[in-house]
Write a protein that binds this ligand. Structure first.
Ligand SMILES: Cc1ncc(COP(=O)(O)O)c(C=O)c1O
Length: 430
């Protein structure tokens, strides 16, 4: 006789947790033979750095009997890798003198903690700042997995107002903050989050003046809440030096006095399978809390993956891989863009900007079109054999119905050409 399953009562967190919003679409992708996915945020398989990883491993193995890289590491991560991260960050922020100064590097490295992908840094940030019912302001559009994370923790997301060009509208931010003060919700506002470079999903990079105006608006409204800058694609600009176009929040004086977290990753720019990211936080108590929670979760991210990355950065393989990816993704962007143009999409009223980095095209369809996952347009795309991410998933509130995120990370040139053509055929019916 089968043993009956025992009833259990999940915690509030367990009950709130639902499948990520993209799950149903991904399941469809797997279950539909021949479907081409422009939805997944995965990276290019063909250019994964297998030789560089093998060489890094040989380098580590040659250090036997010192095999510490196969042991547990420390909670905050490998000291040498944290110094490398600090050095890169200082350079990206235009602070080249300090990047060459070992004392300055060591001071910054103290603020760095390595994580299981930058996703974990984002989660730790939210766990340590927010309680259920709290509010976080997010850019518009924003990284939809971050929105899922907020929902799972019972946190409310509200979108930062933007102008017609998609830039954060600082005057409207001030109006929003004063309305929040008036209705009492301002007390629940705990943080501001945005994707700083070559955004997922919009491809946009926040302008230096735009970031300063946001900081000034928050300061003027006496609202100096923690700021979280997501730098997942900072190193993935197609032009060499694109990471340096503006300093991040840690170096930008407009943000002085705000608790700041810069969340970065070594996955997308090198190998996603290594799943190592980092946080850099200048607020001691917040950073300590994140590290305590991290200690409870895993007491240290994979030391082996960190050691491989430390070796790859020190030996130059990491930067060599970035140089390859710049070409690979620019060509992929062009392939998808070309396919959409050739398919007549812009003539049908669709608009998109060409990103200078990252993995995504962000499309605005004709006004009134519904690109939602259960709508007729989505079904038409599935019938044509192509999958996309509905833009409505990428908004803290008031989602527009006519936007779409297309990822060109995974498919090869032919796949992108075919997927783009299918998308255009589906769009022709609307
Ligand atoms: C904007 C953004 N932030 C963070 C992440 C998390 O990446 P990882 O955990 O691989 O560092 C991603 C991954 O897609 C992303 O697109």
């Amino acid at each position: 006789m089968p043993i009956p399953a025992c009833d259990l009562t999940l915690s509030r967190l367990g009950r709130r947790a639902t499948a990520p919003s993209i799950t149903a679409l991904m399941r469809t992708a797997l279950e539909t033979p021949g479907l081409l996915s422009l939805a997944a945020g995965f990276t290019d398989n063909a250019s994964l750095p297998v030789t560089a990883v093998a060489e890094a491993l040989r380098g580590l193995a040659a250090r036997a009997p010192d095999l510490g890289f196969l042991q547990y590491g420390t909670n905050a991560g490998r000291p040498g890798l944290r110094v490398r991260i600090a050095e890169r960050l200082l350079r990206h922020d235009g602070r080249t003198e300090e990047a060459g100064d070992s004392v300055a590097r060591a001071a910054w490295a103290e603020r760095v903690f390595m994580t299981n992908g930058s996703q974990q840094a984002l989660y730790l940030a939210m766990q340590t700042l927010c309680d259920p019912g709290d509010i976080v302001l997010v850019d518009r559009p924003t990284y939809f997995v971050f929105l899922d994370l907020l929902a799972g923790l019972g946190i409310e997301a509200r979108s930062l107002p933007v102008d017609a060009a998609g830039r954060i509208d600082a005057a409207a931010v001030r109006r929003l903050l004063s309305a929040m003060r008036a209705d009492g919700s301002r007390d629940r506002l705990k943080a501001v989050y945005f994707v700083g470079w070559f955004s997922n999903p919009s491809g946009r990079t926040l302008g230096a003046d735009e970031g300063r105006a946001l900081a000034a608006a928050l300061r003027a409204e006496d609202c100096m809440v923690p700021v979280i800058e997501d730098a997942a694609y900072r190193e993935m600009g197609y032009a060499e030096g694109a990471a340096v176009v503006r300093a991040g929040v840690l170096s930008e004086p407009a943000w002085d006095g705000f608790p700041r977290l810069h969340a970065g990753t070594l996955t997308k720019p090198f190998a996603t399978g290594l799943k190592i990211g980092f946080g850099v936080c200048d607020h001691d108590a917040w950073r300590a809390a994140m590290l305590h929670v991290k200690g409870h979760q895993d007491f240290g991210s994979g030391n082996f993956a960190q050691a491989l990355l430390e070796e790859a950065i020190a030996g130059g393989a990491y930067d060599a891989q970035l140089a390859i990816l710049r070409l690979v993704y620019r060509e992929k962007r062009d392939a998808l863009h070309g396919a959409l143009l050739a398919g007549g999409l812009s003539a049908r009223g669709w608009r998109w900007a060409l990103p200078e980095g990252g993995l995504y095209l962000w499309l605005e369809g004709p006004a009134g079109l519904d690109t939602g996952g259960s709508g007729e347009f989505c079904r038409a795309c599935l019938r044509e054999g192509v999958l996309y991410v509905p833009g409505e998933l990428c908004h803290g509130d008031a989602p527009p119905r006519h936007t779409v995120r297309l990822s060109f990370g995974v498919l090869n040139q032919e796949g992108l050409a075919e997927a783009g053509a299918r998308f255009c055929r589906a769009a022709a019916g609307f």
